[in-house]
Design a protein around this ligand. Structure first.
Ligand code: SF4
Length: 215
């Protein structure tokens, strides 16, 4: 029987599948909205996310909210999750066995949310989702097909803030990427195609750990 997002979140809240359970304040399951067409995927909770239990809070979260506003969306109209649900100590990179342990939570989230468009935020999430070694600078600005859904990679908001903010070229590119998100969500033909592909996927091609083939 299919579980609800609330049931999955409740189980994830006490997850001890990897060593990151030891240092966390709490599991940051994510902001999940089963009716949302748009899903953002980041890397892992940072200091503030770990304390507050929400993804993308603070300055990076504010920038994400602002970019959403520019394309006519509010934060509560989308879903926002991370690949890793518990904060790695000192914000170090997640390790392969931690990613493998946490992947089933993300797979279940995507299966239940059924987003039409996925935006991967930053290098880590983009390489993970698209199973590629190619960096974000080359992958952003385009739509990629992934299990019948559109994936649009863009820069992580924190990277924009650390790299020059609004005056940077990256900020302009971030804006362009959000405009691509807006057009993709609005395009009736693209939406119909994505829906048809997503429905076919329900029967034959659900995301799984094997299909993700992370490494
Ligand atoms: S990082 Fe993921 S797998 Fe590891 S304890 Fe947290 S929820 Fe569980």
């Amino acid at each position: 029987m299919t579980r609800t997002l609330v049931e999955v979140a409740s189980e994830a809240a006490v997850c001890t599948r990897c060593r990151l359970a030891q240092g966390r304040t709490q599991v940051v399951f994510g902001q999940v909205n089963a009716g949302a067409d748009l899903l953002f995927i980041g890397e892992a909770p940072g200091f503030h996310e770990d304390k507050q239990g929400e993804p993308f809070v603070g300055a990076a979260g504010n920038l994400l909210n602002r970019m959403l506003g520019e394309i006519g969306l509010a934060r509560d109209e989308v879903s926002v999750v991370n690949v890793i649900k518990c904060r790695p100590p000192g914000n170090r990179d997640p390790q392969p066995d931690e990613i493998e342990a946490c992947t089933p939570w993300l797979v279940e989230q995507i299966s239940l949310i059924q987003p039409k468009v996925i935006v991967t935020l930053g290098n880590f999430a983009t390489k993970y989702v698209l199973n590629t070694a190619t960096g974000i600078t080359r992958l952003r600005g385009q739509m990629h097909d992934w299990h019948g859904r559109s994936v649009i990679p863009t820069f992580h908001p924190a990277a924009i803030l650390h790299g020059g903010g609004e005056k940077s070229r990256q900020f302009e590119l971030l804006r362009e990427d959000f405009e691509l998100v807006r057009r993709t969500l609005a395009a009736p033909v693209a939406q119909a195609q994505i829906q048809a592909q997503a429905q076919a996927q329900v029967q034959t091609d659900e995301p799984s750990i094997d299909q993700l083939e992370l490494f």
